[in-house]
Design a protein around this ligand. Structure first.
Ligand code: NAG
Ligand code: NAG
Ligand code: NAG
Length: 158
C-alpha cells in the first residue's frame, strides 16, 4: 500500500525538476533558450565576437554593475575578485547567459503589467535596469532601437 508520505517524496522531486531548474533555485518563467537568443539579439544582434566597448562586454553587452547585481558569476574555476573575471565571463556566451540568469532571478517580474512574465519583460529589465523596469522603452532612441530588434526575434519565441 502506498501512503501519503511515500507519494510526496517523488512529487517533491518532480516539482524540483520542473520548476527549480536553475542554480539558485529560483524559477524564472519563460526564460527559454529562444529568449536568451532574443535578448542577445536585442543587445548586439548577438555579436559573439564583441569584446568590450565603453565598459560593456560580450554578446549581451553587459556592464560591470549589471554583473555585480547578477551575483558576480564567473567562468568555472575563476575568482570573482580577479580584475578581469567579469569581462571574461561576459564575453563568453554560455557564461554571460548565467549573468543574465542571475540578474533575472533578482529582478524578474511583469514590467509592462500585461499579466504575464515573459521575454518582453526581461528585455525591459535589461533595457531599463532592474530597479526601474516599468518605464516604456519607446521614450528613448536607444529603447526604440531595442523594441525594433525585439520585433525581429519575437516570432522565434512562440
Ligand atoms: C553596448 O552598449 C553601449 C551603451 O548603451 C552602446 O554604446 C554600444 O553601442 C553597445 N555595443 C554594441 C556592440 O551594441
Ligand atoms: C509565459 O509566457 C506565456 C506566453 O506569453 C504566458 O501565457 C504565461 O502566462 C507566461 N508565464 C508566466 C508565469 O507569466
Ligand atoms: C509608447 O508605448 C506606450 C505603451 O506601450 C503607448 O501608450 C505610447 O503611445 C507609446 N508612445 C510613443 C511615443 O510611441
Amino acid at each position: 500500500m502506498i501512503t501519503g508520505l511515500q507519494l510526496s517524496l517523488p512529487i517533491c522531486i518532480l516539482a524540483a525538476v520542473l520548476f527549480w531548474t536553475n542554480s539558485a533555485g529560483v524559477f524564472i518563467p519563460n526564460l527559454t533558450e529562444a529568449c536568451y537568443r532574443c535578448l542577445c539579439h536585442v543587445s548586439t544582434r548577438c555579436l559573439t565576437s564583441h569584446e568590450c566597448t565603453a565598459g560593456y562586454c560580450g554578446p549581451f553587452n553587459i556592464s560591470r554593475v549589471y554583473w555585480i547585481d547578477a551575483g558576480k558569476v564567473t567562468l568555472p574555476e575563476d575568482d570573482s575578485n580577479r580584475n578581469h573575471a567579469w569581462e571574461d565571463c561576459a564575453r563568453n556566451y554560455y557564461c554571460s547567459k548565467r549573468i543574465i540568469e542571475g540578474y533575472l532571478e533578482k529582478f524578474g517580474k511583469d514590467c509592462n503589467g500585461d499579466g504575464v512574465t515573459n521575454c518582453f519583460d526581461y528585455m525591459m529589465i535589461n533595457g531599463n535596469g532592474g530597479y526601474g523596469c516599468t518605464a516604456p522603452l519607446n521614450r528613448s532612441e536607444n529603447g526604440r532601437r531595442w523594441l525594433a530588434r525585439y520585433e525581429e526575434c519575437r516570432h522565434s519565441l512562440e
